[in-house]
Design a protein. Structure first.
Ligand SMILES: CC(C)(COP(=O)(O)OP(=O)(O)OC[C@H]1O[C@@H](n2cnc3c(N)ncnc32)[C@H](O)[C@@H]1OP(=O)(O)O)[C@@H](O)C(=O)NCCC(=O)NCCS
Length: 336
């Protein structure tokens, strides 16, 4: 990379770091730009100066990997770096260039593909451009920071016990995990594959044997009715770079049987986890939830989480389009 370009990239990264910190202190410093599947996409301002950059990375998820059940097999991930207070125009320009780039990539034309961009949830200035290019806000990474004062401890639910799961619980854990994937499937994130159940079983078995994750069951009359799985910081390194706080844990699974919801069991599981994380000095806990899941958002925000990143997707990738005009509409404060 010629030094002039390297300096420009460094300046952009510095400006983006300042911008992100002013938007949301839980955002990390922007990571180095990955090597892309084509030349970097460059956005110039009115005076010809570089105001933004983007890199597209092609990620092929092979069949037989559980990760394929969480999304498309071929994912085209855009890493944007945009400067300035209002990124609306630069976002639009970058997305148009990305769309043109993908139009020339044969692997992006298939059905089992997605175009994905992780966007800071509080960076509202690019949202209209994302919508106009056909992207949908599918998944949220929400974060909870360790409170300064001790929070409410778990409140027992009469007749319900919470205990750690072991290898003998494989069937019950598998059943609840599979129910969760099917439930989440309604919201367009997971993709049901022929081998999804077998792959989840493998993961559950190895995780219960290793005991590296915290897998807890809520039981009534000896029957499992709720499941929580969390990754302590030693297992959560793969997502830790999404936030400035450290150490970070990851809440992987949360499911309560339909008949047992709304009676405090979910809160009891989560508060037991929080008590353990807070005592261990874990600074932040992250989790994914579907943006349109009507149960998870309200629950997580009640439990102290808030949006950090929103994953915007077009599926298949060719659904990423040139901009259409979206009328400003009426704000909710103006009434109907
Ligand atoms: C989300 C889920 C785990 C919540 O579990 P739950 O046992 O029903 O929740 P609780 O009864 O413990 O509720 C805890 C608090 O959140 C509130 N809450 C829970 N769900 C809510 C909802 N959909 N809307 C508004 N508030 C809600 C409760 O009122 C309660 O508030 P309180 O502390 O003031 O009493 C459960 O609905 C579920 O399993 N849903 C399907 C799977 C799913 O969405 N999992 C999350 C994937 S990220």
């Amino acid at each position: 990379m010629p030094w002039v370009v390297r300096d420009a990239v460094r300046d952009i990264n510095r400006a983006v770091a300042r911008r992100w910190q002013s938007i949301d202190p839980l955002l990390p410093d922007p990571a180095a730009m990955p090597a892309g599947c084509g030349a970097p996409l460059v956005v110039s301002g009115e005076n010809g100066r570089m105001v933004g950059l983007g890199v597209c990375v092609h990620h092929h998820v092979p069949a037989g990997s559980l990760n394929q059940s969480w999304g498309a097999a071929d994912r085209f991930l855009l890493t944007p770096r945009l400067t300035g207070q209002d990124t609306h125009l630069a976002t639009g320009e970058l997305l148009s260039q990305w769309r043109d780039h993908l139009a020339g990539v044969a692997a992006a034309r298939g059905e089992d593909t997605s175009a994905v961009v992780a966007w800071p949830s509080r960076d509202i200035t690019g949202v209209r451009a994302l919508l106009r290019h056909g992207l949908q806000p599918l998944t949220v990474i929400a974060a909870r920071t360790r409170p300064t004062a001790p929070g409410r401890g778990p409140r027992p639910v009469p007749g319900v016990t919470i205990r750690a799961a072991g290898p003998a619980d494989e069937e019950q854990v598998l059943d609840l995990e599979v129910q969760l994937i099917k439930y989440d499937g309604h919201f367009g994130g997971p993709v049901w594959r022929r081998d999804t159940v077998a792959l989840v079983r493998q993961e559950v078995r190895s995780s219960l044997e290793r005991q590296a994750m915290w897998t807890w069951l809520a039981e009534r009359d000896g029957r499992a009715i709720g499941l929580l799985v969390a990754q302590p910081p030693a297992e959560a390194g793969w997502i830790a770079g999404m936030t400035s706080r450290s150490p970070a844990a990851y809440l992987q699974t949360m499911f309560i049987q339909a008949a047992d919801r709304d009676s405090g069991i979910g809160a009891a599981l989560v508060r037991a986890l929080h008590a353990r994380l807070d005592a261990a000095g874990v600074a932040v806990t992250l989790l994914h939830h579907s943006q349109v899941n009507p149960l998870s958002g309200p629950f997580w925000y009640r439990m102290g989480y808030r949006p950090l990143w929103t994953s915007w997707e077009a599926r298949p990738a060719r659904a990423l389009r040139l901009p259409v005009r979206i009328s400003p509409g009426r704000g909710c404060s103006r009434g109907l």
